[in-house]
Design a binder for this molecule. Structure first.
Ligand SMILES: Cc1ncc(COP(=O)(O)O)c(C=O)c1O
Length: 433
C-alpha cells in the first residue's frame, strides 16, 4: 500500500491552501478499506464512503471495466440500448429475487426511489398515497425527503407529495416496554388502520427500508416483514423495499429480501452496486406494467461507464464470495462488540446482521438515555487514531456508531478498528468519571 506522506505532500502540495479552507478531511486516495488524506494520513474506513464500497475501494476489475467503457462510449441518451446496459440487466435478472425482472437505472438512490414511486402510481391508477415508516430514509430529492424522517435540514417539508409516516417496531426501545412481538402486532395493526382509515383515497404502496440505515439502524423482528407483506397482499397495496443500503451483500446475503424471505413488488437499489461509481435503479415484478417509452427518461440515467462498473462489481461480489465474507466479518465484529459491551457501559445495544453493524450508545443503560455527545467524541477520537467510524449526528437519536467497512475488509484492519473503538470508549468513560 503506498500511503507515504512525502508522496502525498508533493502530489497535493498546490491544494494545501484550498484544503485548509474546509474543516472536512480532504481525501486523496482510496484502496480497499483504507483511505488517505492530503497530509498522507491513513484511515481505516468503517463507513465504506456512505456504505457504498461494498467491494473495497478502487477494485482494479471495476476500474478497468470503467476505463474500457470510457474508451468505447461515455454517453447515450435513453432512447438507445447499449451493451453494458444489456449485460447488467441480464446479471440483475439472474440475481434478483422472485419475478423482479423489470430493471430501470438512475444515478442516485433518491431518483431510483422516485422511479419506484412513479411505477407504483402507474400500477395503482388513481392512488396518490404512499405509506412510509417514521424513522425511514429514502434520500434527498424533493419527494424522497418527504418520505424520510423529518430531517432537520429539510426546509421543503411543507411542499411534499402525500406521504403518511407510520410507527414501526424498535425492539431496543419498544413502546411502553412491550415485548417486541407484541409491538410488531401493534405496528402492523396501525399500518393496516392507516391504509384503510388513515388517509384519503387509495394507497399505491408501502415503502420501507429492510433495516433503517440512516434513521437509527433499526432492524425489525422477522414477523414484521411477513406481516407487512401479508397486509399489502390482502389490501392490494404494492410493497417497495428500499435496499439502497442493504443490497449487494451488506446483510451477508445479496438482498435483505433474501435474508428475511420476503419478496417485495419493487426493490430500490443503489450505493454498493456501482463499485464506487454512481449507479442506482429499481427491480420490479414483471407482472407489473413497466413504464411506456419516455415516461421515465433521465438524460444520464443509463450512464454506460457506471453500468460497466456495476457489472464488474456484481461479478466481483460473486467471485470473491463477498456475502459469505460479510457474514464472517459481521459475526466477528458482533462477537467483539458483545464482549466489549460487558466492559463498556456506554454500549447500550449491539446490532447486526451481516456487516450492517452498529452500536447504540447510552449514558444510562436502565433509562437508555441517548449518548449523543459521547458518540460524536467517538467519531472525533477515532479520526485522531486513524479510524473513520460511521456516526449519526442528525439521524435517529444521534447516538449510533456504525462499523460498516467494505465487505472484504482484511481481518487485521477490522480488528484494529475495533481495538480503537474499545480504546476510545474506555477513554471517554474515564473522562466522564
Ligand atoms: C436507504 C436509502 N435510500 C436512499 C438513499 C438515497 O441515495 P442517494 O444518496 O444515492 O440519492 C439512501 C442514502 O443514504 C439510503 O440510505
Amino acid at each position: 500500500m503506498n500511503g507515504g506522506k512525502d508522496a502525498f505532500a508533493t502530489e497535493v502540495g498546490g491544494l494545501q491552501t484550498l484544503a485548509q479552507s474546509s474543516d472536512k478531511i480532504t481525501l486523496v486516495k482510496a484502496r480497499g478499506s483504507l483511505v488517505w488524506d492530503d497530509k498522507g494520513r491513513e484511515y481505516i474506513d468503517c463507513t465504506a464512503q456512505a456504505w457504498s464500497n461494498n467491494l473495497g475501494a478502487n477494485d482494479p476489475r471495476v476500474v478497468e471495466a470503467a476505463i474500457a467503457q470510457l474508451r468505447d462510449m461515455t454517453h447515450i441518451r435513453p432512447n438507445f440500448e447499449s451493451l453494458p446496459r444489456r449485460k447488467l440487466v441480464a446479471k440483475l435478472q439472474e440475481i434478483s429475487p422472485g419475478n423482479l425482472n423489470h430493471v430501470g437505472f438512475a444515478l442516485h438512490g433518491s431518483l431510483a426511489g422516485e422511479m419506484a414511486m412513479k411505477l407504483a402510481f402507474k400500477n395503482r391508477p388513481g392512488a396518490q398515497n404512499l405509506i412510509v415508516l417514521q424513522d425511514g430514509y429514502h434520500g434527498r430529492s424533493l419527494a424522497t425527503l418527504g418520505a424520510s424522517w423529518p430531517h432537520p435540514n429539510n426546509p421543503f417539508l411543507p411542499i411534499q407529495p402525500r406521504f403518511t409516516r407510520v410507527p414501526h417496531p424498535y425492539p431496543y426501545r419498544s413502546r411502553l416496554g412491550m415485548d417486541p412481538e407484541v409491538e410488531v402486532q401493534l405496528c402492523l395493526g396501525l399500518l393496516e388502520d392507516t391504509i384503510t382509515k388513515g388517509v384519503d383515497g387509495p394507497v399505491a404502496a408501502v415503502m420501507m427500508e429492510p433495516i433503517q440505515g440512516n434513521g437509527g439502524h433499526i432492524e425489525f423482528p422477522r414477523s414484521y416483514y411477513k406481516g407487512v407483506r401479508e397486509i399489502c397482499d390482502r389490501l392490494g397495496v404494492l410493497l417497495i423495499l428500499d435496499e439502497v443500503q442493504t443490497g449487494f451483500g451488506r446483510m451477508g446475503t445479496m438482498w435483505a429480501a433474501e435474508y428475511y424471505d420476503v419478496v417485495p413488488d419493487i426493490i430500490v437499489f443503489g450505493k454498493g452496486i456501482g463499485g464506487g461509481f454512481p449507479l442506482a435503479g429499481v427491480l420490479a415484478d414483471d407482472r407489473l406494467t413497466w413504464f411506456d417509452e419516455g415516461e421515465e427518461a433521465l438524460t444520464f440515467g443509463n450512464f454506460p461507464v457506471s453500468l460497466a462498473a456495476g457489472l464488474a462489481t456484481i461479478e466481483a461480489i460473486q467471485m470473491d464470495n463477498l456475502c459469505q465474507k460479510a457474514r464472517a466479518a459481521g459475526e466477528y465484529a458482533t462477537e467483539r462488540l458483545l464482549e466489549m459491551q460487558k466492559r463498556r457501559k456506554l454500549i447500550g445495544d449491539v446490532r447486526c446482521p451481516g456487516l450492517m453493524v452498529s452500536i447504540e450508545l447510552v449514558t444510562d443503560r436502565e433509562k437508555k438515555t441517548p449518548a449523543q455527545k459521547e458518540s460524536q467524541e467517538v467519531y472525533r477520537r477515532g479520526v485522531e487514531l486513524g479510524v473513520l467510524f460511521g456516526e449519526s449526528r442528525y439521524a435517529g437519536l444521534g447516538n449510533l456508531i456504525k462499523v460498516k467497512p467494505p465487505l472484504d475488509i482484511e481481518r487485521p484492519l477490522l480488528s484494529r478498528a475495533l481495538d480503537v473503538l474499545d480504546e476510545v470508549l474506555g477513554a471517554i468513560e474515564e473522562d466522564s468519571k
